[in-house]
Design a protein around this ligand. Structure first.
Ligand SMILES: NC(=O)C1=CN([C@@H]2O[C@H](COP(=O)(O)OP(=O)(O)OC[C@H]3O[C@@H](n4cnc5c(N)ncnc54)[C@H](OP(=O)(O)O)[C@@H]3O)[C@@H](O)[C@H]2O)C=CC1
Ligand SMILES: O=C(CO)COP(=O)(O)O
Length: 343
């Protein structure tokens, strides 16, 4: 009689809200899962009390989930490594994991953003740090950690240049309440996940200023247009941005108050300072750095992105939200698609 094949051993690096939620998911799916974090107190609580008191305080985690501050220990025997640290810690985490990665273990990440300063895509960073021949994948899509940890239905997507690796990552994530799709466009998938955070600030600002639902819908639609145009210029696939990695995550983050980037926008629109708002949110808010990197990409490719540019200026305190609104409304009238869908 044939038994069920053993589930792969998973090491999740990053014990914040998303790393904890994904580790809980793979543990619930029967994968022996070890979560690595740098905060000993938080890690001990996950390991022994099955709770993450700082990042997901109300949710019970599976008893089978192990947590540790020992990185080499977490990686020992791992068959899949899932990196879920913020983008500013991505390169250093990859450099720390590289010498301890079991030779057969591919590396996936659920981080959204670019390498701050260089603006490099995370798959470029991973390729450089890990070298050729290591299967790489990006896990992205509309997925609030709190809802995933609570077992609510979610769909996301895994993109890789190595189709078998995308499939194996999707297999460990896919389950009764979680649909994991696959794709082969890491560029488009990473761009969508990064840009939606910037655009969520824009809709948050508009809602904070009580500009109404028409304004919100207009910003989402023209924001999608900015994503599609930059994606076209960098060589991503349009369908990636029309799917979970783009439109799906854009709608979630622009409309859902669980979004930290949207909440930052709401606070700015209501007149709070960026420092106050970020402190009150108390978790990573990727748009703060991503806005600069999106605009760096746009300049490199000669693409005009009025909404993202206004968000960048507001985040830097160069203009007020009201100035940003005036700038957008004062733009010249023109056809919705002067040069076709993506120009
Ligand atoms: N939360 C969500 O719903 C989703 C998040 N994401 C993405 O996942 C990534 C992680 O976000 P999220 O988990 O939400 O963030 P959180 O703010 O919830 O947690 C951040 C985690 O990263 C750790 N960390 C910060 N700096 C470092 C470092 N230098 N080395 C190691 N660990 C570090 C923090 O540790 P410490 O507590 O010690 O500071 C903490 O455990 C982001 O790119 C985000 O955009 C993607 C989809 C959904
Ligand atoms: O990426 C996310 C949902 O898909 C989480 O968004 P925030 O980082 O804005 O909370």
């Amino acid at each position: 009689m044939q038994g069920t094949p053993p589930q792969p051993r998973v090491a999740v690096l990053g014990a914040g809200s998303w790393g904890t939620a994904l580790a809980a998911l793979t543990a619930r799916h029967g994968c022996p899962t070890t979560l690595w974090g740098r905060d000993a107190e938080c890690v001990a609580a996950i390991d022994s009390e099955h709770r993450n008191p700082r990042y997901l305080p109300d949710l019970e985690l599976p008893e089978s989930l192990r947590a540790t501050t020992d990185l080499p220990g977490a990686l020992r025997d791992a068959e899949l490594v899932l990196v879920v640290v913020p983008s500013h810690a991505f390169a250093e985490t990859l450099r720390a994991l590289a010498p301890h990665r079991p030779a057969a273990a591919g590396v996936a990440w659920a981080t959204k953003g670019f390498e701050p300063g260089s603006g490099r895509f995370l798959h470029e960073v991973a390729g450089e740090v890990l070298g050729d021949g290591v299967p790489l994948a990006v896990v992205t899509g509309p997925s609030f950690a709190k809802e995933v940890a609570a077992g609510l239905p979610t769909a996301l997507t895994v993109h890789s240049d190595t189709p078998a690796f995308a499939q194996s990552v999707a297999d460990v994530l896919h389950g009764p309440a979680f649909r994991a799709y696959t794709g082969d466009d890491m560029l488009g998938a990473e761009l969508g996940g990064a840009m939606k955070n910037v655009l969520a600030v824009a809709t948050g600002v508009a809602d904070g200023m009580e500009l109404g639902l028409n304004a919100r819908a207009g910003l989402i639609t023209r924001g999608l247009n900015e994503m599609l145009r930059l994606n076209q210029a960098i060589g991503g696939k349009a369908e990636t941005l029309m799917g979970l990695a783009g439109l799906g995550d854009l709608v979630l983050t622009c409309t859902g108050d669980l979004s930290r980037n949207r909440r930052l926008g709401l606070a700015l629109g209501r007149g709070q300072s960026i420092e106050e708002a970020v402190r009150a949110i108390g978790q990573v808010v990727e748009s703060v750095q991503t806005a600069d990197e999106v605009m760096r990409q746009a300049q490199r490719h000669g693409i005009e992105l009025p909404i993202s540019s206004a968000v960048q200026a507001v985040l830097h305190g160069d203009i007020t939200p009201a100035d940003g609104l005036r700038q957008l409304l004062a733009r010249e009238q023109k056809p919705e698609y002067p040069h076709g869908l993506f120009q």
